[in-house]
Ligand binder design. Structure first.
Ligand SMILES: *Cc1c(COP(=O)(O)O)cnc(C)c1O
Length: 497
């Protein structure tokens, strides 16, 4: 097979192999790695429709990770998509009100980050071995909640890796904190810091660029890596479930051969919807990519006006994983519509970090016609949860409800009747309080676990293991430190003098 290499979105650098891009995460010039071209599916959709999730994953991922052997890639897939998921389908589809909800929340932490973070550790270890890296990989992450737990669950117990997560001690929800501090695994380390998320993030960035620490670590057999959503090793596994969704609808006779579908994605960092865009470019019959935002509607404004502007008030919403003003993965799309021109893209990104805004040209904007941007207010989101529950007994989470709301607006505006897949990115049990309050305000007075049991009754769904576990699990991480102490804490965990 032809080797696919990855280049930076910001300047000309020698292209690297997939395994090197996964190990590095980010290019040295601060750019993101992009494949030199998007490969085309080389197995028919009909054939894929008879394959399991793991088999589809192999057929998609082998085209991107061309320096992995068949045995290596299949090994990673086997270890990722196993009993950590509560269904063998891995990403089942549920029909409600004529749309197909692609449930991406059946993994260890009941949110869609599991889809990629359950395989990333294995891709990383395999990449390290292929590149003769003998060091253990130390994943260092600052989290405002969800990603930290999903990364912990993914890396826990994976030989050759350690993971250190810093979170703002008073800046995550009680359930999120409980999920992290009960994390098992000798190779995991969770630390609360007395500061906000930005302090944690800044501290982590400093540690990544600390040359002295790098030397000490290397001497002891360690090196840092990052698990954040711009790593190509997180993007590629996300393409799989769009191909899987299409081929399930094909297998079930819901779509005819060659018939197009739309996808709706509740968007924050632009990773999930970019994966759908890549799937379309691989030849999957996708018509519109509907990008759904909450009140932090930077992307909606961008698609409407061609100006990306983060200078605005940051709004805390009931869909916190989408409360983002800088959608990092959008850079890969900008680079592409700039004609794969790194200089043009770099200039726009410099404007973003300097003035907090940039404007694309009309030629670039014309290439965004596959996308439709929409947004949902808090009231609309809550009303959608209630309406769908009352109409069909199906309970969706707040993030998914943003997408469902935007889909309704899209249909009203365009009269488009194509079959549509909505990415359902979290279990309603992950955001129980907001979900139950949307159904009936009386629930506001109830305590968290009473709500969980009531939701289980209403939705007729068992309480997920991930929630059951934190009811009783013992706290195993109780370390708290100041932001100045982060380096000392890392050294202590790694037993560096
Ligand atoms: C991370 C996340 C999103 C946003 O996905 P992006 O890839 O960042 O656009 C949406 N919903 C949930 C539940 C998430 O955890």
């Amino acid at each position: 097979m032809e080797e696919l290499l990855y280049k930076s979105t910001r300047s000309f650098q020698a292209p690297v192999k997939a395994s090197e891009a996964i190990l590095k995460g980010l290019s040295e010039d601060g750019g993101l790695f992009v494949p030199e071209k998007i490969p085309t599916l080389d197995v028919s959709l009909e054939k894929l429709s008879r394959m399991s999730y793991k088999e589809v994953a192999y057929e998609v991922m082998k085209l991107f990770l061309t320096d992995f052997t068949e045995e290596e890639l299949k090994g990673c897939i086997e270890r990722a998509y196993d009993e950590k998921f509560d269904t063998e389908l891995i990403a089942p589809l549920t029909e409600a009100e004529g749309a197909y909800y692609l449930e991406l929340f059946h993994g260890a932490t009941i949110a869609f980050k599991d889809m990629a973070l359950s395989i990333l550790p294995h891709l990383m270890i395999t990449s390290a071995r292929k590149n003769n890296v003998k060091n253990d990989i130390v994943i260092l992450t600052a989290t405002s909640g969800d990603t930290g737990k999903a990364a912990l669950a993914g890396f826990a117990g994976v030989e050759g890796t350690k993971i250190i997560v810093f979170y703002p001690k008073h800046g995550v929800s009680p359930i999120q904190e409980k999920q992290m501090v009960t994390q098992k695994g000798e190779n995991t380390y969770v630390v609360g810091i007395t500061g906000n998320f930005d302090d944690a993030q800044t501290g982590v960035k400093q540690l990544f660029s600390d040359k002295e620490l790098e030397k000490e670590m290397a001497a002891a057999g360690f090196q840092f890596s990052s698990a954040n959503s711009i790593n190509i090793g997180r993007l590629v596994p996300q393409i799989v479930y769009y191909v899987y969704a299409y081929t399930r609808l094909l297998a079930g006779g819901k779509l005819g051969e060659g018939e197009q579908m739309n996808v709706v994605v509740p968007t924050g960092n632009f990773g999930n919807i970019l994966a759908a865009f890549y799937a379309k470019n691989m030849g999957l019959p996708i018509a519109k990519l509907i990008c759904a935002s909450n009140d932090n509607k930077v992307l909606y404004d961008f698609f409407a006006t061609g100006t990306y502007d983060k200078n605005r008030e940051f709004v805390l919403t009931s869909s916190p994983s989408m409360d983002i003003l800088i959608s990092s993965n959008l850079e890969r799309l900008i680079y592409r519509i700039a004609g794969n021109d790194a200089d043009k893209n770099a200039a726009l990104m410099a404007a973003l970090s300097g003035e907090g805004r940039y404007e694309i040209t009309s030629e670039m904007k014309a290439q965004l016609s596959d996308f439709f941007g929409g947004y949902a207010s808090e009231e609309e989101t809550a009303a959608t949860i209630k309406r769908i529950y009352e109409a069909c007994g199906y309970v969706i989470d707040t993030h998914t409800a943003v997408a469902a709301t935007v889909y309704e607006k899209y249909k009203a505006k365009t009269q488009d009747g194509l079959k549509t897949v909505i990415a359902s990115t979290a279990s309603p049990f992950k955001f129980t309080r907001s979900v139950m309050n949307a159904i009936d305000v009386k629930y506001d007075a109830w305590d968290d676990f009473a709500l969980v049991d009531e939701l289980s009754k209403l939705a007729n769904v068992d309480v997920p293991g991930a929630i059951e576990e934190i009811r009783t699990a013992p706290i195993v991480h109780d370390k708290v430190c100041d932001k100045e102490e982060m380096k000392a804490v890392v050294k202590e965990f790694l037993k560096l003098a």
